[in-house]
Design a protein around this ligand. Sequence first.
Ligand code: ADP
Length: 352
Amino acid sequence: MAIISSNIGDSNFPPRKQELRIVDSKIVSEENNNKNLNFARPKTFKEFIGQEQIKASLRIAIDASLYRKEALEHTLLYGQPGLGKTTLAFLIANEMNTRFRIASAPAIERPRDIVGLLLGLKEGEVLFIDEIHRLNRLTEELLYSAMEDFRLDLTMGANRGARCRTINLPRFTLIGATTKLASISAPLRDRFGISQKIEFYSNDELHQIISNYSNLINLTLEDKASRALAKISRGTPRIALRLLKRIRDYAQVIKKTNLIDLDVVKKALNSQKIDAKGLDYLDRKYLSFLNLNNNSPIGLDAIAAGLGEDSSMLEFVVEPYLMQIGFLTRTSRGRLLTSLGKRYINSNNDNF
Ligand code: ADP
């Protein structure tokens, strides 16, 4: 049973809405209509490109829940940043015809934050918690009974004045997203009935995503240009869309055009110091550092200190792609450059 102490009696309880990052799915839909690239999320499963197996199995689970008029089982989505976990969670709520509430685990600091969130839910609604591996212990403990029995077990007050109270909750769906599955405790992980790993995208899928977004924002993107962009987007839609924005800026400001061909892509990426493999300045700095120091494995912290960068940023942003393209291996003793990685960094590859 989680202890809320006397917080629950204070004037800030339940928490004010603005203390939490909660967005109604209607607001997100309106943002979709703005044609702003940041908010141009797919609105249906059909518009969500790739991840076919995941969509098929979610489709069955969603249709079965709708048939039984029940909330969807709690769902865990995990995978690298930018692969579409938030988007998929939003689409699940859309397909379930229900409201989507979004919160980020680091913002749920006090037990009363999660209590307020849970008490604000209605039957069948979706609560999405991003970075769920970062929940603190008390919050996590409160979630156990909320997820399993749709019940909150609270202890209010302290010592001899403590009172226990049980509050029944509506049947809701918790969707958790994480980049670090291994950091989620087993009791929390076990309470998710559905668990899906979001994979990197193929170049064809990224090409499709890029083309769809170009249409949405009235850019004419030549096929070759879109394919070249897909190739360097690290299997990640967020990176593809970010690069597309930079290329759009370059085309509109320097070339005064909305037409993007391969030449514009090359020039725009060169101006951003992104090379033909999609590696940027930091990737090359990382590879060069290993190349200089590396005949034996080097630990992540030593690399981070040597480069003056944050180690988790290197671990989650820089390294996955370098491993994916075969330039880097992780061993129990540290990071090692592969011969492919060595060859690449020793040839001059700064240009797209
Ligand atoms: P995550 O939550 O995994 O970090 P997001 O859901 O925020 O990723 O996705 C990042 C961006 O990429 C968003 O703009 C989203 O609309 C887009 N995106 C991600 N996956 C897809 C997909 N499969 N099809 C179309 N767009 C996608």
